[in-house]
Design a protein around this ligand. Structure first.
Ligand code: ING
Ligand code: ZN
Length: 310
């Protein structure tokens, strides 16, 4: 297990294999530590990596998560590939002396396994049953403007917001670590799919922005440019409510509400635009993991450098 030569970054894996891989990375690199956010509702351990060299001063953090939505398989695969790129390239040593990067590759392991084994299009977690239905949309369960827009109160709906704000353990665990580090986390990036969008708060209402929206936009355009430079993929930059649809209780709005500066939802590939639409949607073939990782990585680095400069 120590170096895990058999792990193929460019394939979709079971949750257990994802965790075995990040554990092997922590064992191989002294400046990488394996931690746990806590258990999912079905008892899976939600593990993550803290990447960065020790420092006497408190370090600023870039926090990345993926897999809030079960069927968006490209997101955990990209998070794991980003981990690989960060630790295997000595170019990032000085960055990792200055900042810490936390990566939670899969926030919703129960939903992910359910998507793998039973229902490929599953989106929610696996709590319940309520009225005979399972699952809460974790990206509607966070404690900011909870229940305000783009949600359902029907437990059978895809966008069921839960019985109350933070009713779900997975959302509780994520909120807890964000709260505990809200002064040092300078950027929060949550990986979703699909659409090729880079979106910033507020998501709960159209034409409603944080006071520092100009800075959020500027950095987003820089990240989109870095992505574009790799394979020519054009991400749209916009506000979540304007660009997609208004929805409250998402992890990005929550992060911004507790004072985290740079907050972005990445809607990874494929695109949803008609002129170039192959129709893969959430079922994005594994052949696209490598190009998606290679273009996403410089976008992430752009945000990491902003954290370094903060
Ligand atoms: N999209 C996000 C969703 O949770 C989002 C995007 C977040 C839109 C917040 C509006 C507000 O619906 C995906 N792909 O899940
Ligand atoms: Zn999503």
């Amino acid at each position: 297990l120590r170096s895990m030569p058999s792990f193929n970054l460019y394939d979709y894996h079971t949750y257990d294999d994802q965790m075995a891989y990040i554990k092997s990375i922590a064992q191989q690199y002294s400046y990488v530590h394996l931690e746990s956010l806590g258990k999912s509702v079905e008892g899976r351990d939600i593990q993550y990596l803290k990447i960065g060299y020790p420092s006497n001063r408190p370090k600023n953090i870039l926090f990345i998560d993926a897999g809030i939505h079960a069927r968006e398989w490209i997101a955990p695969a990209t998070a794991i590939c980003i981990i690989d790129r960060l630790v295997t390239n000595p170019d990032y040593t000085s960055l990792l002396y200055d900042i810490d990067i936390y990566v939670v590759p899969n926030v919703n392991p129960d939903g992910y396994e359910y998507s793998r084994t039973s229902d490929r299009m599953w989106r929610k977690n696996r709590s319940g049953p309520r009225q005979g239905c399972y699952g809460v949309d974790l990206n509607r369960n966070f404690a900011f403007k909870w229940g305000y827009s783009g949600v359902s109160r029907d437990p059978c709906s895809e966008t069921y917001a839960g019985s109350s704000a933070l009713s779900e353990v997975e959302a509780q665990h994520l909120a807890k670590i964000l709260d505990a580090n809200n002064n040092t986390i300078k950027a929060y990036v949550t990986l979703h799919s699909y659409g090729e969008d880079l979106i910033y708060p507020w998501g709960y209402a159209i034409r409603t922005y944080p006071s520092d929206v100009a800075e959020l936009k500027k950095l987003a355009h820089e990240a989109a440019e870095a992505i574009h430079a790799v394979n020519g993929t054009r991400y749209s930059v916009g506000n979540s409510a304007d660009e997609l649809y208004p929805a409250s209780g998402a992890s990005d709005d929550y992060s911004k509400s507790i004072g985290i500066k740079f907050v972005y939802t990445f809607e990874l590939s494929p695109t949803s635009s008609d002129d170039n639409f192959y129709g893969y949607g959430f079922q994005f073939p594994k052949e696209f993991i490598q190009p998606t990782c290679e273009e996403t990585f410089p976008g992430i680095l752009t945000i990491a450098k902003a954290v370094q400069d903060t």
